[in-house]
Design a protein around this ligand. Structure first.
Ligand code: GUN
Ligand code: FE
Length: 428
């Protein structure tokens, strides 16, 4: 028998899309960081094992954010009167150019990781910037924090600005160096290839990254079909290609089951079939799609067509980290989409919750639910401050927490059965 720990409490998780399972007053037996069993009563054989009683609140699986930009926090909420392309040029690229400065990067990246922790986002798939040194620093800081992440140096060798550009050779060389130094296929912090998007990445660079994806069996993350102007630009640049997704695919940047494409607001029928065949994870970024006036993604249609969909914050195309907010805004966007598209039934809170936990978690391995065999990755929710004098059931309390709660209700965070303390706490 390995090392055993038991957590007692109320557990809520999704066992399928929108299918919640609730254990009231149960014992979760964790062996070597993984869930061995969920019990209604404790057998005498386990009477000696250490038990943590989590009290009258409830536990949910840790949140996973499958699309977020680490350097963008200082500008989150700034510049949203622009659409994507002018916003990138006016705000995002100048901000990213600051990450050539190690001191600036360290302050911003510590705060970024602290915010993820605070909001219970224990797994994240992260864009850094094109800078090798500050990306290496981001890897080091994530390793120190104990949080789980995929991280990638951004590859962008065209259409940048004078302070934010690189050559294809430089980009390839530095990417290979970072993979060598930091990628551990079974580690908690792993490398993800990160071509920014087609307009930023030359054919030669895309081809080289496609080769690296195959050689090292690496995952890939990028942006696809986010904004109408962006799509028109890609069509102009690649008139001989079938569509935007075809460009990534032909350069080997959609490895099957290992790809995240963010936004996907305007997928064509052919692109839906391609992404479905390639088991691409679509990162739905509802808040960002509203903030940058990108549009409303047809979530129900994609789910009905069998696409893999998870939730990304897309900070700083969005303004908040909290996955609670993104769960709620996913529901809201889908309700707004439904008006005028009556065949696309709005997603429920339970469905949206399952996207942010179970579906998004699946990209990181065996996490996202309390299924036997999964890592014990969980948040303890103390919702006593949300009490309003009415006796609510656990499902209603979860909904109330998602809609009206915030990080103050997250009283503990666990990864692989171990509590994760606050990383880089601010001096008080
Ligand atoms: N497309 C290319 N780069 C970006 C970015 O930084 N944010 C968003 N939202 N879309 C992008
Ligand atoms: Fe993004």
């Amino acid at each position: 028998m390995g090392s055993i720990k038991i957590l007692r409490g109320n557990f809520i998780h999704a066992v399928g899309l929108g299918e919640l399972e609730i254990y009231e007053g149960a014992w979760c037996v964790i062996e070597n960081g993984r869930i061995r069993e969920m019990l209604k009563s404790l057998p005498t054989a386990l009477a000696e094992a250490p038990v943590v009683d989590t009290g009258p609140g409830f536990l949910i699986p840790a949140f996973s954010d499958i699309h977020v930009h680490a350097p963008h926090l200082p500008y989150a909420g700034v510049g949203f009167d622009e659409e994507l392309i002018p916003w990138l040029k006016k705000y995002t690229f100048p901000l990213e150019s600051r990450f050539a400065d190690g001191k600036f990067a360290e302050t911003a990246y510590r705060e970024f990781i602290r915010r993820l922790w605070r909001d219970g986002t224990l797994h994240s798939c992260v864009f850094a910037t094109l800078h090798r040194e500050s990306t290496a620093l981001l890897f080091d800081l994530f390793r120190q924090s104990g949080l789980s992440a995929y991280i990638g140096k951004v590859n962008m060798d065209r259409n940048g600005i004078p302070g934010l550009s690189e050559t294809a050779d430089q980009s390839i060389e530095e990417t290979i160096e970072l993979i060598g130094s930091y990628h551990r296929p079974d580690g908690r912090v792993r490398y993800v290839l990160t071509p920014r998007f087609v307009p930023s990445t030359s054919d030669r660079l895309m081809r080289a990254l496609g080769d690296l994806a195959e050689k090292y069996r690496l995952p890939v993350q990028s942006h696809l079909d986010e904004n109408r102007g962006e799509i028109a630009l890609v069509r102009e640049m690649y008139p001989a290609y079938r569509d935007y997704a075809d460009v990534y695919d032909r350069f080997g940047l959609m490895p099957k089951g290992r790809t995240i494409m963010a936004h996907c607001v305007y997928l064509s029928e052919r692109e839906i079939d391609l992404l479905s065949h390639k088991e691409v994870m679509v990162a739905h970024c509802a808040q960002s799609n509203a903030d940058l006036a990108s549009g409303i993604m047809p979530l129900r249609k994609y789910l009905d067509r069998g696409l893999r969909v998870g939730i990304g914050s897309d900070v700083g195309g969005a303004h908040v980290f909290s996955m609670q907010r993104h769960v709620v805004e996913t529901v809201q966007a889908s309700k707004l989409r439904w008006v005028g598209n009556e065949a696309e039934k709005p997603v429920s809170v339970a469905e949206s919750f399952s996207l942010a936990t179970r579906a998004s978690g699946s990209f990181f391995g065996n996490t996202g639910s309390f299924a036997v065999g999964n890592q014990f990755d969980a948040l303890v929710i103390d919702d006593s401050a949300l009490e309003c004098g009415l006796p609510l059931g656990l499902r209603e309390r979860l909904e109330r927490f998602l809609y009206t709660g915030d990080d103050r209700q997250i009283s503990a965070r666990y990864l692989c059965g171990e509590e994760i303390p606050e990383p880089f706490p601010k001096a008080t």
